[in-house]
Design a protein around this ligand. Structure first.
Ligand code: KG4
Ligand code: ZN
Length: 347
C-alpha cells in the first residue's frame, strides 16, 4: 500500500497529513482559524468554509513537501466526511474527491470521531483492546466501548453542551479570547479550585454514564451574578482580579471531576484493558494528569495522544483510513458528507 494523504476540514482547522502504510506519520500541516472566528467568540460556519477553500490547497502542498512525497506516490486520499459543519466538510470532501479522481486513486471517507478515537494508537500501537475511549472536544463529549479498532459502541454522550463548548462559553462570559479552553488551562493554576462551590452534574435516567455541562455552566454564571462580580476587560490576562482565576480553576476542576467520574464508573462496569482519551479538550493539563493517575489506579493501560494530535488534525484521518483500506476497497467517488453520526450502543 502506498502512503495515504489525509484531509481534515470538519470544523475550523484545515489540515493535511501523509501517513505510510505502517502508520508512520511523515507530515502533518495545520492552518487554524482562531483569528477569523475570534471576534465573534465562536465558529461562524460560512466564514469557516471560505477559509478552508482559501487555505486547503497550500496546506496540502505543505504536507506533501514536508513528507518529501510527490503527489504521484500517494496511494489514496482520506477525508473526514462527518460529523461536522456541513459547509466545511464539503470543501474537504470535494477537494479530496477531485484530487483522487484526477490521480485515479481511491478516496476514503473517514468518520471524524472514530479518527479521534483511534488517534492514541498512532503513538501507542501496542495499546491493548478492548478499550474505553473518551472523545472530548468543542463539539463532542462521547464515551465509546471499543472491542477492537472497528465497531465502536456508544456508551455515553453529553445531553447538552460538549465539554469544550462549556469551557469556551464560560471563558467568553469572562471576556477571555476565543477559544477559551486553552486560556482556562493556562490561567487556572493561579486560582483556587475550591474557591467557588460548583455542583457536580447529577442526572437521572439512562445508563448513568451520560454527561451534562449546561447546569455546571449556569451555576458558574449564577455565582458571578450573586456575588455582584463584574469581569475585568481582558486586556492583560496576567493581571485579572483574583476571583476570575478562582472561577476558572473551580470550573475546570469540576469539568475534569465530571468527565473522569463517569470514565471511572464506566471502567468498573465494562472492565476494559485500556483507557483512551482524545479530542481538543484532551490537551488540558489537569485532565491529562488526572486521566493518567486514574488509569494507573485502576491498573489499566493509558492511551493519550500528544497535544498536537488531540486537536483536529489530518494525521488521525489518514491513520484511521488505514484500518478501512485493510478491510476492503472504499465506496468510490460518490461519497457524501454527513453532519451527524450515530453508533450502536447501550445508551
Ligand atoms: O478537537 P478540537 O480541535 O475541535 C473540535 O472538534 O471541536 O477541539 C477544540 C476544543 C475547544 O473547545 C477548545 O477550547 C478545547 O478543545 N481545548 C481545550 C484545550 N485545548 C483545546 N480545552 C481545555 N484545555 C486545553 N488545553
Ligand atoms: Zn474533532
Amino acid at each position: 500500500m502506498r502512503p495515504v494523504l489525509g484531509i481534515e476540514t470538519s470544523c475550523d482547522d484545515s489540515s493535511a497529513a501523509v501517513v505510510t502504510e505502517e502508520g508512520l506519520l511523515l507530515s502533518c500541516v495545520l492552518a487554524g482559524q482562531a483569528e477569523v472566528h475570534g471576534p465573534y467568540g465562536g465558529v461562524v460556519p460560512e466564514l469557516a468554509s471560505r477559509a478552508h477553500l482559501e487555505r486547503l490547497p497550500s496546506v496540502v502542498e505543505g504536507a506533501l513537501a514536508e513528507a518529501g512525497t510527490p503527489l504521484s506516490a500517494i496511494g489514496s486520499v482520506a477525508v473526514s466526511s462527518g460529523p461536522g459543519l456541513l459547509g466545511s466538510l464539503l470543501v474537504g470532501l470535494s477537494y479530496a474527491k477531485s484530487l483522487a479522481w484526477s490521480l485515479g486513486i481511491p478516496v476514503v471517507g473517514v468518520n471524524h470521531i472514530e479518527a479521534h478515537l483511534r488517534s492514541p494508537w498512532m503513538e501507542h500501537p501496542s495499546l491493548p483492546y478492548p478499550a474505553l475511549g473518551l472523545v472530548v472536544s468543542g463539539g463532542h463529549s462521547h464515551l465509546f466501548w471499543c472491542p477492537g479498532p472497528d465497531g465502536p459502541q456508544l456508551a455515553a454522550a453529553t445531553r447538552d453542551d460538549a465539554a469544550g463548548e462549556a469551557l469556551d462559553k464560560v471563558a467568553k462570559f469572562l471576556g477571555l479570547p476565543y477559544p477559551g479552553g486553552p486560556v482556562i488551562d493556562r490561567l487556572s493554576p493561579r486560582g483556587n479550585p475550591r474557591a467557588f462551590d460548583l455542583p457536580l452534574p447529577r442526572m437521572s435516567g439512562g445508563n448513568g454514564l451520560d454527561f451534562s455541562f449546561s447546569g455546571l455552566k449556569t451555576a458558574a454564571l449564577h455565582r458571578i451574578r450573586e456575588g455582584g462580580l463584574v469581569p475585568a476587560p481582558a486586556e492583560d490576562l496576567d493581571a485579572l482580579p483574583a476571583w476570575e482565576y478562582d472561577l476558572m480553576a473551580s470550573f475546570q476542576k469540576r469539568v475534569v471531576d465530571h468527565l473522569l467520574g463517569r470514565l471511572k464508573k464506566a471502567a468498573l462496569r465494562y472492565r476494559p484493558a485500556s483507557l483512551v482519551l482524545a479530542g481538543g479538550v484532551a490537551c488540558n493539563r489537569l485532565l491529562r494528569e488526572r486521566f493518567k493517575r486514574l488509569a494507573e489506579d485502576l491498573g489499566l493501560a493509558a492511551g493519550l495522544p500528544s497535544p498536537r494530535l488531540c486537536t483536529d488534525n489530518a494525521a488521525m484521518v489518514a491513520f484511521r483510513a488505514l484500518d478501512l483500506l485493510r478491510k476492503g476497497p472504499p465506496a468510490g467517488y460518490g461519497l457524501d458528507a454527513t453532519a451527524v453520526a450515530r453508533w450502536p450502543g447501550a445508551r
